[in-house]
Design a protein around this ligand. Sequence first.
Ligand code: TXA
Ligand code: MG
Length: 343
Amino acid sequence: MITTIAEPTDEQLQYGGRLIREGQLVAFPTETVYGLGANALDGRAVEQIFKAKGRPGDNPLIVHISELSEIAPLVTDVPEMARILMDAYWPGPMTLIFPKSDAVPDEVSAGLDTVGIRMPSHPVARALITSSQRPIAAPSANRSGRPSPTTAQHVFEDMNGRIPLILDGGACSVGVESTVIDARGDVPVILRPGGITPEMVKIVAGAVRLDEHIMAPVAEGERVRSPGMKYRHYAPKAKTVIFEGSPARVIKSICDRYDAELTSGGFPAILGFDNHDYGDRHVLSLGIPAHPDEAASRLFAALRELDTEGRTLALCEAVSLEGIGLAVMNRMGRAAAFDIIHL
Ligand code: TXA
Ligand code: MG
């Protein structure tokens, strides 16, 4: 199959919509990461997503909508807390868990009795959903285990020859995936941190809880509320280690470890802040500490670059857990299999 990267002109959006209706896959930009979309109401189309990604069948997909009226056929209830969060943060980087209706095929929900739904804010994502006249099931458009794609080129690296069309919307502004929230009870539970921060949820909901697996690895065979948490995501081939503590100690430890790796014939890189001095060592920038949103928008591209350059060791500076920093540390933590050195 030939994979085309196209500017999202009206003509290409019509074509993309037709492909979705015909049961094919289309990759498209969202404000978080690129998605790999299929008609969410067509189980056979959705199966193609799992094939193209090499994704485990027990990991459910998020359904993307462009109008609130598209929810009713997909769910059996809209819980009150979900309504409050939707009003505040849709369209945007937030996925809510609903009890699913029979219209949602098992391929989407991976056998769960719930469905995750999100209304993205990216105009190209919205236009594709509108043009297809279908809700679109879409995971991140990477091969399973690779960092999520934040540019059309990243999608091409992973999906060339596997899908007909990639709509190119430039680089994604948020850079980490949506916040997945179970708002079926009185207190919303964040299952996966993302673009909508715990602080933002608390402002409108009055309270918020974090799932205990957000900053910890999942043990073999352990039951989790969001199946995606089980998998070692975002993993670069380089051994990845995170350093947390006072900047002076972090910089010193990273430099020592970097130099030792060079001496033993390795090819290290640093994921670090611009205002920290690493001499002439190779640094992939996370921006500056006061702006965790910069780290969010750069992290996945940096993890991909490690692989492209064949780095053997990635030494990462921890980001503050405040705001979107929690999402950054959750993704970085998983890339490092939670190998965090506290200094
Ligand atoms: O920002 C995003 O959410 C991107 C863009 C494309 O929208 N999509 C995305 O999808 O990150 P994916 O498949 O890579 O991650 C979906 C996450 C997984 O961790 C999955 O386990 C969880 O959402 N999830 C989906 N449906 C669920 C459900 N019914 N209950 C609990 N967790 C669910
Ligand atoms: Mg993903």
